[in-house]
Structures are given as C-alpha cells and as structure tokens.
Design a protein around this ligand. Structure first.
Ligand SMILES: Nc1ncnc2c1ncn2[C@@H]1O[C@H](COP(=O)(O)OP(=O)(O)OP(=O)(O)O)[C@@H](O)[C@H]1O
Ligand SMILES: [Mg+2]
Length: 352
C-alpha cells in the first residue's frame, strides 16, 4: 500500500477550555495545575522546521504545536527524524531552515526550564541511583534536595541505594526521567521512554507521565510504536521521512476509519469517491470500495454516489486499531517520501 498523499479535506483544530495559565517554569503555578488541554500559548511551536544532512532532508518543513499541560507523542518509524527534531527543540542541533519556539523563546534559549532524556542520561552503572542523581544535580547546579524529590516522583526511593547497573530496564528508564526532572522543568522531553519496556513497565511510565502532567508540566515524548504510547498521549503527531502526516488527538486518529461501500458501477463509484475524498483515500478490495474516511463523512459519500447514479447496496464503517492507522499512515515507499509533499491532516481535537 502506498503512502496517503494527503488530498484529504483540511480539518481544523477546535478550541477548548482556556483557563488561567501559570508562568512557564513556575513551581508555584504548577502546583496550582493548569490542567491538560489548556489552549493558551503553545509550549512548543515549530514553523517549517527543517534539517538537512548533505543532500538528505531528515526533517522536512515540520509545523506543529504542543499545548500546555498535555502529553504529546511524536511518533514515526525508525529514521523518521524524531530524535533529530527533539534535538533541534533542545538547541542541540541547528535547524537548516525554519524555526522552533519553546516556552516562548527560540529553541535552546529556555534550557533551564526544559528537562530532557534524549539518547540516555549517561548514568554510571557502579554508582547508586541516588549518587548518580547527586552527580547530575551538582552538574546542573540544583540543590541536593531535588534528588530526594525526583526519586519520590519516579517511585525509586526504596531502591535509590542500589547500584544503577543492577536496575531493571524500567527502573533505569525511570531514573533517567528522574534525572530529567532535577531542574523542576516546565517541559519534559523524552526520546523513546518506553523503548524495550514490557507492558507493566509501560504502565509505570504512563502513571509517571500522568503525574508530571498533573503537576502542571508538559511532556513531549517520541516513540516508533504507537500501540505502546496510545494510552499515554493526549495528542500525537505522526511523522515519516521527516514529514508530518497527521497531528491529532489519539481519539480522532483512531476515528480515521475505513468505510467499505458496495457500489455499482464500481468505476463510477471510484471516480466519484476520488473526487470527493482525493484518490489516495480510495481503493478497491475484493470488488468493494474501501475509503479512508471519518464516520462523519459517510453521509456525504453516500449522497455523492447516489447523485451520480451509483447503486449503493452496502455501506459500513470498519473500526481499525490504532496500530493499523499508524502503519497505514507511515507506509512510505522504500525509495523515499512521495512527491508532492503530503499535506498534514489536522483533526479536530477530542477529549480524553
Ligand atoms: N548527525 C547526522 N548526520 C547525518 N545523518 C544523520 C545525523 N543524525 C541523524 N541523521 C539521519 O537522519 C535520519 C533521521 O534520524 P533520527 O535519529 O532523527 O530518526 P528517529 O526517528 O529518531 O529514528 P529511531 O526511531 O530509529 O530513533 C536518519 O536517516 C539518520 O541517519
Ligand atoms: Mg530516535
């Protein structure tokens, strides 16, 4: 199956609750908790953010927004450009063009308010979890009192005296997140925090990230496995070959279902549906029309077919798992990204 080329109708982000917003990085404001889905100033905005290495474009005109108080999943297959993008947000990699704003300032300028775990925190296996954090706290210039606080946040206080090298993968990941929290950051950026974790470990990370959000922080995480993070994220951006394919709430992504239509004559039906939805959202499987369409598009499809004198004898919405949606969205040709660039779908926001 080829990649969808984005002929889809533009659907726009709806507004939600707008409440009083705390100053970024303010602990007292965070204690009050702005709650998720605050539609105030975005915490992260990228505007046609692009990174090229030689002739290869690894992040391609990426424009997205992360809202205050949400867990935002940055998702895509291996090599999609996720880590490169996160590194640009952190000011570790310079964009070739475009820009990123983090907590109201150019990427890299808000480093004191951003805690990050990208490519491992470089912890010493022979030091205890607590001593590792003490070293990092000194390096980050934060008080030793933060060590106990973050150990508590990631539920590792009991094991803090054990050597890091003896920790399970889930504990190591949590200690890495603890390290990212030392600066009491308003924004937490985590590259693949669920990588290699079993379902229990993923649940632990989920609980932890929910706690961070409840404290008023915003979380951006990357993953190449949508199934693993769908329970964790409020909204996601799906990227492949550096390009944004979709930015939406998890619910709406799941709602991008398949509409199966039994219609005759089939060639007319294909043409009509193609005109309505864009040809890339239309295929024929076992003599039936398969349309990539949201449930609310069903009536319009039916009306267009009937108006064109097509007999419609069956019309049903088939639910897909989020993993299927993800695989379909990220199914890019081996040869590289399709041309022209797909237009990202921006879906209306749902609630969790
Ligand atoms: N410093 C670099 N020089 C050259 N190419 C690079 C560099 N860093 C990354 N790339 C290339 O950019 C592309 C995207 O890499 P990136 O690590 O951002 O992907 P990713 O989405 O994080 O993948 P994964 O899921 O495997 O972690 C890859 O093709 C990679 O080889
Ligand atoms: Mg990566």
């Amino acid at each position: 199956m080829r990649h969808r080329r984005g002929q889809s109708p533009a659907m726009h982000t709806a507004t939600g609750t707008a409440g009083p917003r705390p100053a970024p990085g303010s602990s007292s404001a965070r204690a009050a908790g702005p709650g998720p889905h605050d539609d105030g100033d975005p915490v992260v905005t990228t505007d046609r953010l692009t990174k090229r290495y030689g002739s290869r474009t690894v992040v391609d005109a990426l424009s997205l927004q992360v809202r205050r108080g949400e867990v935002f999943g940055f998702l895509g297959p291996n090599g999609a450009g996720k880590t490169t993008t996160l590194r640009m947000l952190l000011g570790l990699v310079r964009p070739t063009s475009g820009s990123a704003t983090v907590l109201g300032r150019p990427a890299g300028a808000s480093v004191a308010q951003v805690g990050a775990l990208v490519e491992g925190p470089g912890l010493y296996p022979y030091l205890s979890g607590r001593d590792n954090l003490r070293v990092l706290a000194r390096y980050a210039g934060v008080g030793a009192d933060r060590v106990a606080a973050v150990l508590d946040t990631v539920a590792l206080t009991d094991r803090a005296g054990d050597r890091f090298g003896t920790y399970s993968l889930g504990m190591k990941q949590r200690l890495g997140i603890a390290a990212a929290l030392l600066k009491d950051p308003a924004l937490v950026v985590l590259d693949e925090p669920t990588n290699g974790l079993d379902p229990a470990g993923i649940t632990e990370v989920r609980t932890l990230l929910r706690r961070l959000v409840a404290e008023g922080r915003t979380v951006v995480l990357s993953s190449h496995l949508l199934g693993e993070v769908e329970q964790i994220c409020d909204r996601v951006a799906v990227v492949a070959s550096g390009r944004l394919l979709v930015e939406s709430s998890v619910e709406e992504l799941r709602g991008l279902g398949r509409l199966v239509v039994d219609a005759r004559p089939l060639d007319t039906a294909v043409a009509v549906a193609g005109r309505l939805l864009g040809p890339d959202r239309v295929s024929v499987v076992d003599g039936a029309l398969h349309l990539q369409a949201a449930p609310e598009e069903t009536a319009a499809v039916n009306r267009a077919l009937v108006t064109a004198d097509v007999d419609v004898t069956g019309l049903r919405q088939e639910a897909r798992t989020l993993e299927e949606v993800f695989l379909q969205l990220t199914d890019v040709d081996e040869a590289g990204p399709p041309e022209p660039a797909p237009r990202p779908r921006r879906l209306r926001r749902g609630t969790r």
